[in-house]
Design a protein around this ligand. Structure first.
Ligand code: UDP
Ligand code: G50
Length: 463
């Protein structure tokens, strides 16, 4: 899509897909592009799955009234249209199936954009549109570079396997990287016919048609993997990978449920923060054990309990979820919250010294940004691959025997012992502080800043 006039501002269109883990880095990218003087169009897909996404989009648009919002109204899926019950995956699929509605939206933009940055989950649906509009197509990969290396290499692995839907052997040796054990790859990839497996394998084959890959990561977290991409080792002919370091912004700040006053009264680095992200409900049995573990750990805590996958669905009250006995015991030891908290402000608070996390990639990046060591407790999807990054960078501990969600119920005693280890480790503290410093250097005047500069240059040359 070309336009006349060389002095016009760079215009970039952004198309995130469903889920806070996808929306958040897109909006951070938008804020960064605005900072660089770009014009930004945000394509929002409707209906929006969660309340958290609706709130974030409206605060973002209120903060940046210069951003043009284009609403993309997605057609509902039929009852047998997709093999999944996950509302976020179903929305990804609904967007893919409604993609013909995207073309007129993009064509309506004036001036025409220089590039579209679209969600990773929409790759093969979007390619025909960007090709016909001659619009450069970039993706924002919303997980680790290590996960991206698996995504890129997976089609090669499957083509070499006797069973075309499952890799052979016990691990996947992505060239230039540390092998990924089969037990760490997203379980849905090994489930024949799952919606996630079909999107992942179909899209993985198309990466060479893209113009570039944006990843929210830092060199200090994933030096080997980023080097492997630089050296073209992972897969021949992949487009450039841009490690961007998309860190929390002011527009994300939320008053309300975040216990900042309580944190003020806690000793420095004493508090452990426990959260499993925005789209995962921990089982009742495991919740009880986490409660016991937190009490036996001896650390004050902020514990976010999520009872439902989607925040619009009404769940039980905290008293009901935890049970009267646990509520009574916990009272003076820490805080339990059921609503959305401002994780950025918690991780950035000096009283917080550790984070028990499901290893959603945004949470890992935020912990690295603030130098908070992690106790990695991956539950599903890409989270074990991300946990490998945590372990190999020295940002945290990962008790591998805890398995995926639902495989075992980890006993309170063990949870407590690992939290004690996390909170007591001087070496983790030092390494996390080092990663924080390196991340800040990369964003302020290092590799992340350079990657953004290169990207903007590229787009300017394309327009
Ligand atoms: N988050 C938050 N408050 C909450 C729950 C989540 O601010 O109560 C934010 C968190 O900081 C992160 C995002 O939501 O930016 C969750 O993304 P992540 O990739 O960590 O996990 P997902 O929710 O996608 O599994
Ligand atoms: C969500 C999820 C499981 C899972 C992932 C999720 C990712 C992220 C990267 O986002 O792996 C990704 C790669 C390819 C793709 C979509 C998303 O098609 O529940 O593994």
């Amino acid at each position: 899509m070309t336009s006349s006039g060389s002095d016009r501002r760079l215009h970039v269109a952004l198309l995130p897909s469903a889920g806070m883990g996808h929306l958040t880095p897109f909006l951070r990218l938008a804020a960064s592009l605005l900072n660089h003087g770009c014009q930004v169009t945000l394509i929002t897909t409707h209906p929006i799955v969660s309340k958290a996404e609706t709130t974030l989009i409206s605060t973002f648009l209120a903060t940046f009234p210069q951003v043009k919002e284009l609403q993309f109204h997605v057609q509902p899926l039929g009852p047998s249209d997709a093999n999944s019950t996950d509302p976020f995956f179903l929305q990804w699929e609904a967007i893919r199936r409604s993609i013909h509605l995207l073309s007129p939206l993009l064509s309506s933009l004036s001036p025409p954009p220089s590039a579209l940055v679209a969600d990773v989950s929409l790759i093969s649906a979007v390619i025909p549109i960007t090709t016909s509009l001659k619009l450069p197509h970039y993706i924002l990969f919303t997980s680790s570079a290590r996960m991206f290396s698996l995504f890129a290499y997976y089609p090669t692995v499957l083509s070499a396997s006797s069973d075309a839907s499952s890799p052979s052997g016990d691990s996947i040796a992505v060239p230039g990287g540390i092998p990924i054990p089969k037990s760490s790859i997203p379980p849905l990839l090994l489930k024949p016919g799952s919606l996630f497996a079909s999107i992942f394998t179909e899209d993985g084959k198309k990466l060479k048609s893209l113009d570039g890959i944006l990843i929210n990561t830092f060199e200090s977290l994933e030096p080997e993997t980023l080097n492997a991409f630089k050296g073209g080792k992972v897969v021949d002919g992949l487009p450039n990978v841009y490690p961007l370091g998309l860190v929390p912004c002011d527009f994300e700040k939320r008053a309300g449920n975040t216990p900042l006053k309580w944190l003020e009264d806690q000793p420095t680095r004493s508090v452990v923060y426990v959260s499993f992200g925005s789209r995962f409900a921990v089982s009742r049995e495991q919740i009880k054990e986490i409660g016991k573990g937190l009490m036996s750990s001896g650390s004050p805590f902020i514990w976010v309990v999520k009872d439902k996958k989607v925040d619009k669905d009404d769940g039980d009250s905290l008293d009901k979820i935890l049970g009267d006995e646990l509520v009574e015991k916990i009272k003076n030891k820490g805080l339990v919250v059921k609503e959305w908290v401002d994780q950025e402000q918690i991780l950035g608070h000096k009283a917080v010294g550790g984070f028990v996390s499901h290893c959603g990639w945004n949470s890992v990046v935020e912990a690295a940004w603030h130098g908070v060591p992690l106790l990695a407790w991956p539950q599903f999807g890409d989270q074990k691959v991300n946990a490998h990054v945590i372990e190999s960078s020295g940002l945290g501990l990962w008790p591998k025997s805890w398995g995926w969600a639902g495989e075992v119920v980890v006993k309170g005693e063990e949870v407590g012992a690992r939290i004690e280890e996390l909170m007591g480790s001087e070496s983790l503290k030092l390494q996390a502080a080092h990663i924080r410093e390196e991340a800040r250097k990369a964003v302020v005047d290092g590799s992340c800043k350079d990657a953004m500069k290169q990207l903007l240059e590229m787009w300017k040359n394309d327009s």
